[in-house]
Unconditional design. Structure first.
Length: 267
């Protein structure tokens, strides 16, 4: 499924430099392992990028594992922390919804780092479960602008300011990755983020798991449904502008990261 997703969607081309977002969790470590094997068979270079949001006892341990794993695979590894980029750790914030801030900042830094390295693609470890959750979350929020950006590659907001994000694992179930990581003895840190309970995605995940037990194939059907309607809802580069604060391409006057940073500054 991994190779088929890449070839059917033309996710990676000869000469690409693929930056892989590696948090140290099961999905991204499996992606790193798979892409490392893939790169040896093709004319494609890969590099790993980890973002440190600043959760002592968790992310530092994950990144330690990623570092060692990259050495064993012969893959270059880069890190970028919130502290360096924004001057704070995620745990310093006095906010209710940590994940909203953390996710937006992580995406921004991953893109920035990938761009700096000269990557032509940015691969992330989203699996089929994540993709089904994202579809449903955007439906629940009524977020038409965001739902357009799902899929194996976005195809909207194409601009040199964005390193195109690809999802080679978006047709692979989480449980299949669990088996893959055990069979290949991937060095995954077993802990979880202490703030992971405060998360809309967790609620949607629980909802979908309940549906899946009753109606097997629900997650896969949601993703297939999305793939069928995407061509009808996508407005390529529809509402497109550049952030007035940081200059990154975005769909409104100010990008989400700058909007949240401003909110933090103004207390
Ligand atoms: Fe960040 Fe939330 Fe993930 Fe923790 S669970 S790393 S706070 S997005
Ligand atoms: Zn901005």
């Amino acid at each position: 499924m991994f190779v088929r997703t890449i070839s059917q969607n033309n996710l990676i081309e000869k000469g690409d430099l693929v930056a892989i977002g590696v948090s140290g969790g099961m999905d991204s470590m499996s992606l790193l392992h798979l892409l490392s094997k893939f790169s040896k068979k093709t004319n494609v270079n890969i590099v790993a990028v980890s973002i440190d949001e600043g959760t002592p006892g968790y992310r530092d341990k994950c990144i330690e594992n990623v570092k060692k794993f990259c050495v064993s695979l012969g893959v270059e590894h880069h890190t970028q922390s919130y502290k360096e980029a924004f001057g704070f750790n995620i745990e310093d914030l006095d906010v209710k919804k940590f994940c909203t801030y953390c996710g937006v900042f992580r995406r921004k830094l991953l893109n920035q780092k990938a761009k700096k390295i000269g990557a032509t693609k940015l691969a992330i470890g989203h699996n089929l479960d994540d993709e089904a959750q994202s579809v449903l979350m955007n439906v629940l929020r009524g977020d038409v602008a965001r739902i357009q950006r799902l899929g194996p590659k976005p195809g909207v907001l194409e601009d040199e300011g964005f390193v195109p994000r690809i999802k080679p694992l978006r047709n692979v179930l989480k449980k299949e990755l669990a088996v893959y990581s055990i069979v290949n003895e991937l060095p995954i840190f077993e802990g979880s983020c202490p703030r992971s309970g405060d998360n809309t995605r967790r609620d949607v995940q629980a909802l979908l798991m309940g549906m899946e037990r009753k109606y097997p194939g629900t997650r896969s059907q949601i993703v297939k449904f999305y793939d069928k309607i995407k061509p009808k809802i996508v407005e390529k580069n529809g509402e497109f502008s550049y952030c007035e604060t940081c200059g990154d391409p975005c769909s409104s006057k100010i990008c989400k990261a700058c909007e949240l940073l401003e909110k933090l500054r103004s207390g």
